[in-house]
Ligand binder design. Structure first.
Ligand SMILES: *Cc1c(COP(=O)(O)O)cnc(C)c1O
Length: 363
């Protein structure tokens, strides 16, 4: 079989997976773990899969140094599902929650939470076009709030928290769909962390929740049992059939990260990749990035060309050069390069070379 050159895939999500992970999954597709069948074809309650899932949870706990008083849940319904499931579980008799609006994903979380409680928008970057994260000194937090919700990385707009808000006794809840595992974090600063897997963990279909155990037990009575953290925590996330193949693949990604040096090594690589691209943007009079320097996302780099009419030729040329999925979200326009863990520095080097070449030909 000839070596196939795969393109560099800058997709925001579902996103690129590490090639060694795909190869291992392919090699185990017909016979997983000596069972004679694939991992998709065994009972989630059988001893092989139970052992697999326990090991995968242990690897995630090790990677993120998750303290013992936190539960790890493997659910379904995506981050968008969690926008409803979080208030259902965490209001605990309180009437309101604080939300910080940093862009499209936070806006969506706010709209869903408003079906369940009073939402206090403690701060918003809307007037600045969501090009920066509001400073904590401008936040109007409510001491009686059930929790404070943030979107740790706005995948569409390209802003990211590079600091952890101080919310005192009120639990901090973070949507980390698009920056989980991109660097070490201090889980103990959060009450709950959630996200979809399909950006930086594995395939779509798996939703992760990391929740401090003292926040359990207070779900609204209407909460479906599949979405009740307390019930799922008591049942190894198996009150319904979990997304077994997605969990298996996430497990291969966790091993790939561990073998690659863990989250400190990922962070160093991710910083270097983003720095190369932002330096290129800053040095150019052609490409524009409007995000405040301190709040630039290391995962999703958003940039514009001087004329939207150049977008199509830029994307066409990029594809021909083996660089795919660079089109920006329709809400923002322009381009977006997503630089999750699976994107090697060589991909960013190739992108930067292409951008310079395109600029030289058009400027
Ligand atoms: C992708 C994304 C979502 C949506 O995730 P789904 O799995 O489609 O529900 C929500 N929030 C953020 C920050 C995202 O990047």
């Amino acid at each position: 079989m000839g070596a196939m050159q795969r393109p560099f895939n800058f997709s925001p999500g579902p996103a690129a997976l590490p090639e060694p992970v795909l190869r291992q999954a392919a090699s185990e597709m017909l016979d997983w773990n000596g069972t004679g069948v694939s991992v998709m074809e065994v009972s989630h309650r059988g001893k092989e899969f139970m052992a697999l899932q326990a090991g995968i949870e242990a690897d995630l706990r090790e990677l993120l140094a998750i303290p013992a008083n936190y539960k790890v849940l493997f659910l379904q319904g995506g981050a968008i599902g969690q926008n409803a499931i979080v208030p259902m579980n965490l209001l605990r008799g309180r009437k309101s929650a604080d939300y910080v609006n940093t862009g499209a994903w936070a806006t969506r979380s706010i709209a869903e939470a408003a079906h369940f409680c009073h939402v206090n928008v403690a701060a918003s970057g809307e007037r600045g076009g969501f090009t920066s994260i509001p400073k904590q000194s401008e936040w109007r937090l409510d001491r009686e709030a059930a929790y404070v919700h943030i979107c740790a990385n706005e995948t569409i707009g390209g802003v990211e928290y590079h600091w952890v808000p101080d919310t005192g006794e009120v639990p901090l809840v973070a949507d980390m769909s698009s920056n989980i595992l991109s660097r070490p974090i201090d889980v103990s600063r959060y009450g709950l962390i959630y996200g979809g897997a399909q950006k930086n963990i594995g395939p779509a279909g798996l939703t992760f929740v990391i929740v401090r155990d003292d926040l359990l037990g207070g779900a609204l009575p209407i909460t479906p049992e599949a979405f009740n953290y307390t019930i799922q925590a008591a049942n190894n996330s198996m009150i319904n059939t979990p997304p077994t193949f997605a969990i298996y693949l996430a497990g291969l990604v966790f091993l790939w990260i561990k073998e690659g040096g863990g989250l400190a090594a990922m962070a160093e690589r991710n910083r270097a990749k983003a720095a190369l691209l932002y330096e290129t943007l800053d040095a150019s009079d052609f490409y524009v990035n409007r995000i405040a320097r301190d709040d630039r996302s290391l995962m999703n780099v958003v940039f514009q060309l001087p004329d939207p009419a150049l977008d199509a030729p830029f994307l066409e040329g990029a594809k021909a050069a083996g660089l795919i999925a660079l089109k920006g979200h329709r809400l923002v326009g322009g381009m977006r390069a997503s630089l999750y863990n699976a994107m090697p520095i060589e991909g960013v080097q190739a992108l930067v070379a292409y951008m310079k070449d395109f600029e030289a030909r058009r400027a």
